[in-house]
Design a protein around this ligand. Structure first.
Ligand SMILES: [Mg+2]
Length: 242
């Protein structure tokens, strides 16, 4: 009688039997566990824990690292803008573009109060309150641009017409006046991505004869799409807008 030969080892998924063990992965793992004195199976990799992520973002702010990084980014932009202005050609109409949320104005008080949740009614009430504080290094950069005789354009995802009055008040309260234009998202632009809308707005500014020498924002989508000599990305540990 023919006796089937034993199968000493199979892969875990049972797809392919192997005739004999020649230090397959299972054996190597087992040996390593034995050498390490470990008798339990290795744990599965867990995703980033939400509580720890929130704590890390809070620490980034509370430790002062966020403020330092923003200062550093604003300094880079200021260095470029001053250098570019110093070699401004006669007749050049130079402009700088700023985003608003997490660029000129901070929504961190709302975000922290909601423990990092986004709740639309709370957001609307917050915008209407016009209480967002300025991000100081960026406000200083904004004022420097005006001192240098640059035209400042604000291009924001805030919506026209609903958000305009409170946004104007908020900017004024924070000493952010003197801009050439405040460009909000129009009702007919809802289907556009942020990059499409904002790069289109910059193209329209250029078509009016301006040279945009710097574009400052906290999102990659604020900066993609060209129509600026240089782009400056500010840190935003809270959210990503595509
Ligand atoms: Mg923003």
């Amino acid at each position: 009688m023919e006796v089937a030969s034993p199968e000493p080892h199979r892969h875990v998924n049972n797809i392919e039997p192997i005739p004999a063990c020649h230090w397959c992965r299972g054996c190597v793992v087992g040996l390593c566990m034995a050498l390490a004195g470990c008798h339990s199976a290795p744990s599965l990799q867990e995703p980033l824990n939400l509580s720890q992520a929130k704590a890390a973002v809070s620490h980034y702010q509370d430790s002062g690292a966020y403020a330092r990084d923003l200062q550093q980014s604003a300094d880079l932009a200021r260095h470029w803008i001053e250098e570019r202005c110093a070699r401004r050609a006669a007749g050049e109409r130079l402009a700088v573009v700023f985003d608003i949320d997490e660029t000129l104005l901070s929504n961190a008080p709302l975000i922290r109060r909601l423990d990092y949740a986004y709740l639309a009614p709370e957001w609307v009430a917050w915008v209407d309150s016009a209480e967002a504080p300025a991000i100081e290094p960026v406000r200083a950069l904004y004022r420097r641009c005006l001192e240098l005789g640059l035209e400042v354009f604000l291009i924001t995802g805030r919506r026209d017409p609903s958000d305009r009055p409170a946004t104007v008040v908020n900017l004024r309260r924070q000493g952010l006046e003197g801009y050439a234009e405040l460009i909000l998202a129009q009702p007919g632009e809802r289907a556009l991505s942020t990059t499409q809308r904002k790069s289109g707005a910059r193209a329209a500014i250029e078509a009016r004869g301006y040279i945009i020498i710097a574009n400052v924002g906290d999102q990659e989508s604020d900066l993609r799409g060209g129509h600026s000599e240089r782009s400056f990305k500010l840190q935003n540990p809270f959210y990503i807008m595509e």
